[in-house]
Design a protein around this ligand. Structure first.
Ligand SMILES: Cc1cc2nc3c(=O)[nH]c(=O)nc-3n(C[C@H](O)[C@H](O)[C@H](O)COP(=O)(O)OP(=O)(O)OC[C@H]3O[C@@H](n4cnc5c(N)ncnc54)[C@H](O)[C@@H]3O)c2cc1C
Length: 350
């Protein structure tokens, strides 16, 4: 396909990263967003290459980390803001069996061992309690997603490449464009369902606290995590619910998150009075937790989807955006099988 001008619909993290990718390729684009709630407005921005449940590397962890670092740094340079924050992560072991498995992964030089370290007892901030020990991940941190999205939008507004517009599949490929890249997150749910593709909204909440006492410089993870984001400021998250279809804030989540985070603290617990912000959003997740990238039907060859970023948009986003644009521009190139629409048995091409 000879693509000269692309419409990107959805101006959250996915739309933003797809737009930067097109800009790199020198392809003209317009980015439309309709102001509906975005997961990217509330994302804590954390990245971590390790999945803690079974102590395994995240899918393509190193490749995603490399691409992500490069992309966010290039945005930092272009926008003149800091986006990337290296913050090591301390994983508190829940019990002895987990500690033993962590040690085993290191001893057997498992692929995850390049990301994980075992901490000596007490090798963490005084405010933290870890009776079964803890491990450390240095290749972790957070990206300021809200600043990236906001500053990028301002940048493209000046270039006349951003508009406040609503779009859905029935609108077709608008005049003046050769292709539409759909980055609408949960906003694409009903259109994708026509092709048997599911976007599952996963509701989540995060808190921001102003705390008087020192909390150390690492993110502390005991399933719930507490991440220092600035002097005296901590972000705590997240909740995960599949039964809510609205991005509503639930007051009860405050005690749930605080109680869990406090289980890893010695004698300076986080309190409700310290909460300065409580946000909720709907993560666009796919049934197998992998992104969804590519064309969905031969009948609408101008339509490419980029969705399903779930809980790890920050880490997997830059590489996924690059795949999206490659498949749009290069007919001879195939999107990796594990993210293509045809991996789902429910998928129907028309
Ligand atoms: C509480 C919470 C915490 C999170 N923390 C992290 C984290 O620490 N690390 C991490 O990697 N990820 C995190 N995430 C996940 C992350 O937010 C997502 O992976 C990512 O932001 C998804 O981006 P997106 O652009 O696909 O979707 P969205 O951000 O939802 O963007 C979709 C965009 O499409 C627009 N839109 C929708 N419908 C239409 C339409 N019809 N026409 C035009 N525009 C439309 C919306 O206005 C929106 O701007 C978190 C999510 C939540 C909810």
């Amino acid at each position: 396909m000879n693509t000269k001008r692309v419409l990107i619909v959805g101006d959250g993290l996915a739309g933003t990263l797809v737009a930067w990718e097109l800009m790199d390729q020198g392809i003209e684009f317009n980015l439309w967003g309709d102001g509906s709630p975005a997961a990217s407005d509330v994302a804590a921005g954390m990245f971590n290459p390790v999945s803690f449940r079974r102590i395994l590397p995240v899918w393509h962890a190193q490749e995603h980390l490399n691409t992500a670092r490069k992309r966010y740094q290039s945005c930092e340079n272009l926008l003149g803001v800091q986006l990337w924050h290296d913050v090591a992560l301390l994983r508190i072991f829940p019990d002895g069996a987990y500690a033993a498995q962590w040690n085993e992964r290191i001893a057997e030089e498992h692929p995850v061992s390049s990301f994980i370290e075992r901490c000596n007892d007490g090798d963490w901030h005084d405010s933290i309690v870890a009776p079964f020990g803890a491990g450390r991940i240095r290749d972790a941190g957070w990206v300021d997603v809200q600043t990236l999205v906001e500053k990028s939008r301002e940048f493209w507004q000046k270039e006349n490449s951003w508009s406040s517009r609503h779009w859905n599949l029935d609108d077709g490929c608008p005049v003046g464009f050769d292709a539409v890249v759909d980055c609408r997150g949960v906003g694409a749910k009903s259109d994708l369902l026509r092709y048997g593709l599911e976007v599952r909204p996963n509701q989540g909440e995060v808190l921001t606290l102003e705390v008087p006492s020192a909390v150390g410089v690492e993110t502390v993870n005991n399933v719930t995590w507490a991440m220092p984001i600035a002097a005296g400021k901590v972000r705590i998250g997240s909740t995960y619910r599949w039964d809510l279809m609205e991005a509503q804030v639930l007051e009860a989540s405050q005690s749930v998150l605080l109680d869990k985070a406090n289980a890893a603290r010695v004698d300076t617990p986080f309190t409700r009075g310290q909460i300065t912000e409580h946000r909720a959003g709907l993560r666009p997740a796919s049934p197998d937790r992998r992104p969804l990238v590519g064309r969905v039907s031969d009948d609408i060859p101008w339509y490419v989807v980029c969705n399903g970023w779930g809980t790890r948009g920050v880490l997997i986003g830059p590489r996924t955006a690059a795949w999206t644009i490659r498949t749009l521009l290069d007919d001879a190139w195939e999107v990796p099988a594990e993210v293509r629409p045809d991996r789902f048995r429910t998928f129907t091409k028309n």
